[in-house]
Design a protein. Structure first.
Length: 433
């Protein structure tokens, strides 16, 4: 648990009061608060001055309010996936002291960082306050890619927002393609450039008039790019020899996820409170983070079997993605599979053919449910559970086409069509007289 401590680092007459912010066992941050005190009147235990004059009372009040502001900033940062660094702590102290940091907001990377820092206060797609963890991570990855472009192409020269026009976007796009970044990742970068520039424009930063003409790009996945776990593979996972408690727990989440069809974030937030009973049938009821939709998922017998052993304990999405790769390796899922994996830390995934266990991630749960139950459960019912907005999106998600859907409908109608009995027909020959 994060803890804040106000203390002195020397015994002078005008000693700086420091904040020591212990985020976790590995992260310990130190920064000056901007306040000073005579060390001989400082109470280490109560974290305040012992004097009772008006100025000292005001100082103690400011220090209490600073601690409260830092705790609020930390809680907001947790929800938005902010990285807690010394710079983050300094920014919060400056904000509290009404010191506006002097930064060159016309520099692209600086403005991206500003946007990330303000993530808890930005409006998200659901018109609510606070960007999602996934959105913040995407912005951090975007900033790293921009820095790489500046290093490799611009010889460490910073990109100015006013210089970002259609020509710049085209050069940046081609550089990314040459490095074999995926179409979707290139498209997200272009969309991020547009978002950052439009936000900068609202804050009176000079931008190119061509910004509104920047168009994003995306790709449709080929059926062979769809990574999912079929029934046999899930059975192999179920029977895989595991020793580590963390992997056994991750396996339970994985198998459960393949039976309820939810995104990783929604899956890992399920608790016993989400499990209810409706007309004698167990259901899992939850509100999807991305869509805001309230969904009720019937608990299939296989899922009941998992839950009867006890709910898996909560883990982060990062650890889940890490552990299920090990789980699938233990299940010997070595089939060469088209997919994406990170070849370097803090860089986008690279498309290629890898052993299947290396390309498994949290997406495999929702996609396995959709793929395995397509044709066995009406598509509209599946969409109601997975949260897809349109049938076209759903079919694309599992690598199907409208022709596949038409074939499924024909099979369905053939089962409904009444069977006609073959009538005995007698042929009467006409005789000629």
């Amino acid at each position: 648990m994060a803890t804040i401590k106000l203390l002195l680092r020397n015994k002078n007459e005008n000693s700086n009061i420091y904040v020591r912010y212990s985020i976790d066992r590995k992260t310990l941050l130190w920064r000056k608060t901007g306040f000073v005190v005579d060390a001989k009147f400082w109470d280490d235990e109560k974290e305040r001055t012992k004097l009772k004059d008006e100025n000292s009372k005001n100082l103690n009040t400011d220090l209490r309010n600073l601690k409260s502001a830092l705790e609020n900033a930390y809680n907001a940062g947790i929800g938005a996936g902010i990285e807690f660094t010394g710079d983050w702590l300094q920014l919060q102290i400056d904000i509290f002291n009404n010191k506006i940091p002097v930064v060159e907001l016309d520099v692209l990377t600086t403005y991206i960082q500003k946007y990330i820092d303000e993530a808890p206060f930005k409006q998200n797609a659901k018109k609510q306050l606070g960007l999602s963890n996934g959105r913040v991570q995407n912005l951090k990855l975007f900033k790293n890619t921009i820095i790489r472009y500046e290093t490799e192409i611009l010889k460490n020269k910073s990109i100015l927002i006013k210089d970002i026009d259609l020509k710049f976007v085209e050069r940046y796009k081609m550089w990314m393609f040459c490095l074999k970044y995926s179409i979707n990742y290139v498209g997200k970068n272009i969309a991020n450039i547009r978002t950052i520039c439009l936000d900068a424009s609202k804050n009176d930063i000079e931008t190119s008039p061509q910004i509104k003409n920047i168009k994003g790009i995306s790709e449709s996945r080929e059926p062979e790019d769809i990574v999912f776990l079929n029934d046999d593979e899930q059975e192999a996972i179920k029977n895989a020899p595991l020793i580590r408690e963390a992997l056994i727990n991750a396996r339970k989440w994985l198998l459960l996820g393949c039976l309820i069809g939810q995104r990783g974030g929604d899956l890992l937030n399920i608790t016993e409170k989400n499990i209810k009973e409706l007309d004698g049938v167990k259901i899992i009821e939850l509100k999807q983070q991305k869509t805001g939709k309230l969904v009720a998922i019937p608990v299939l017998p296989e899922a009941v079997e998992i839950l009867e052993e006890g709910m898996p304990y909560k883990i982060s999405l990062v650890h889940f993605n890490e552990y299920i790769k090990d789980v699938c390796e233990a299940a010997k899922l070595y089939t060469p599979t088209m997919g994406r994996k990170k070849l370097k830390h803090n860089e986008p995934t690279v498309k290629g053919i890898y052993p299947k266990h290396e390309v498994v991630s949290s997406h495999v749960c929702r996609r396995s449910f959709s793929s395995n139950y397509y044709g066995r459960i009406p598509t509209t019912v599946l969409m109601g559970i997975t949260g897809h907005g349109t049938e076209r999106m759903f079919l694309s998600y599992i690598g199907k086409t409208t022709y596949d859907n038409a074939h499924q409908m024909l099979e369905y109608f053939s089962k409904l069509a009444p069977k006609t009995k073959t009538a005995d027909v007698k042929v009467i020959r006409s005789s000629t007289k």
